[in-house]
Design a protein around this ligand. Structure first.
Ligand code: NAD
Length: 351
């Protein structure tokens, strides 16, 4: 019987991964779902209740608590999705981001060192590479970390710690992924796509930062989950000595569908999918401070070494995603009732 420990399991990607694990894994596999139910955490994302999921409300940055969880369940596989993830919120509360994204990453790696596991994936983001310089095509696993925002800097700090663990304890079997921006079900409606749908369904306009010319690299969350699972179970060669100076030789995999879409274009697509006219439903609002303009990563390594490919077509995946929020109105109305209106307006805010 395999035991999976999945952190951030009540968040967007973690919950999608847990749902898929129950489908992919034999019926005797057990999932220990860990989340401290912060602002983005939503226990309802793990419904329907399955006897195969054990939920532990815990903070991954708390070493004693996490060690006790590891000792109790003796996980075979660990996937660390837990992080504070919203760039806007990080500008207002950077300390919480440092705790979860940097210290939390170290505590998780340390637990997997003290109570050995078969494999551990540290989930990270394209954003640790920073903004793509004009003329550059994309980042790769060998690109320098050059995080720009408090969110991505905290994630990059976590990445550096995990890289240090990979190099110092090569038998640990810890791996890392950097993924493009995800879309799909269960995303908190403070992020662009669900914010747009939930606003439109209530007769509100879609807020677009600045001129909307910022662009993102988009991937369906199911493709991200499949990639993480592939990395978790990959039979990898030992880390070579050259990885000391060549980070691309570390067990790090960048994940993307090479799908760049501008924010204004994305907002217009959602509006059109709801049979509305973009010229009437977009509201340009002041840009957030220090907003990354553009990033793209190459999935070449995970494609060639692990045979992963995205299977979701962008237009079909987006249509399915928008339909999911239309059909799950109770899910997001409950979130807005509990947290208040979501979305940020930087007009007049001193960051
Ligand atoms: P999310 O904010 O929806 O979910 C994160 C979850 O982690 C929440 O449920 C939160 O309560 C939990 N959490 C945060 N700090 C914790 C802590 N200290 N202890 C326990 N639980 C904690 O975020 P997401 O979009 O699902 O992102 C998951 C992971 O994937 C993150 O590591 C993020 O950096 C990474 N990622 C996200 C994207 C994306 O587009 N959303 C892209 C690439 C990588």
């Amino acid at each position: 019987m395999a035991v999976y420990l999945v952190t951030g399991a009540a968040g967007f990607i973690g919950a999608n991964y847990v749902h898929r694990l129950l489908e992919w894994e034999p019926s005797d596999a057990e999932v220990i779902a860990v989340d401290y139910l912060g602002f983005a955490g939503n226990h309802a994302n793990l419904a329907p209740v399955s006897e195969r999921i054990v939920f532990e409300k815990a903070d991954i940055a708390d070493l004693e608590t996490m060690r006790a969880i590891y000792r109790r369940y003796r996980p075979d596989f660990v996937v660390n999705f837990a992080a504070e993830s919203h760039n806007d919120r990080a500008i207002l509360e950077p300390s919480a981001f440092m705790r979860s994204n940097a210290l939390g990453a170290q505590v998780m790696a340390e637990c997997s060192r003290r109570v050995p596991v078969r494999s551990h994936v540290h989930v990270s983001t394209i954003e640790v590479y920073g903004e793509l310089a004009p003329g550059n095509e994309w980042f790769t696993e060998g690109s320098a970390l050059n995080a720009k925002t408090p969110y991505s800097a905290a994630k990059a700090a976590g990445d550096q710690i995990v890289r240090a663990y990979m190099r110092t304890y090569p038998d640990l079997n810890i791996r890392m992924t950097h993924c493009a921006n995800n879309y799909g079900p269960y995303q908190l409606p403070e992020k662009l796509i669900p914010l747009a749908v939930t606003n439109l369904l209530r007769g509100r306009k879609v807020p677009v930062y600045g001129d909307g010319s910022h662009s993102r690299d988009w991937l369906h969350v199911a493709d991200h989950c499949a990639a993480v699972h592939r990395v978790l179970h990959a039979d990898l060669e030992p880390i070579p000595a050259r990885a000391a100076t060549e980070p691309e030789l570390l067990p790090i995999f960048d994940i993307s569908a090479r799908c760049e879409v501008g924010n204004l274009d994305m907002a217009s697509r959602v509006i059109t999918m709801l049979d509305l006219d973009p010229s009437e439903w977009i509201e340009h609002i002041p840009d957030r401070p220090n907003h990354d303009r553009r990033y793209l990563i190459s999935p070449e390594k995970i494609e060639s070494e692990l045979g992963w490919r995205p299977v979701h077509d962008f237009d079909a995946g987006m249509a399915e995603t928008v339909a999911w929020y239309v059909e799950h109105r109770e899910w997001w109305e409950q979130i807005i009732e509990e947290r208040g209106e979501l979305g940020f307006d930087w007009a007049g805010v001193r960051a």
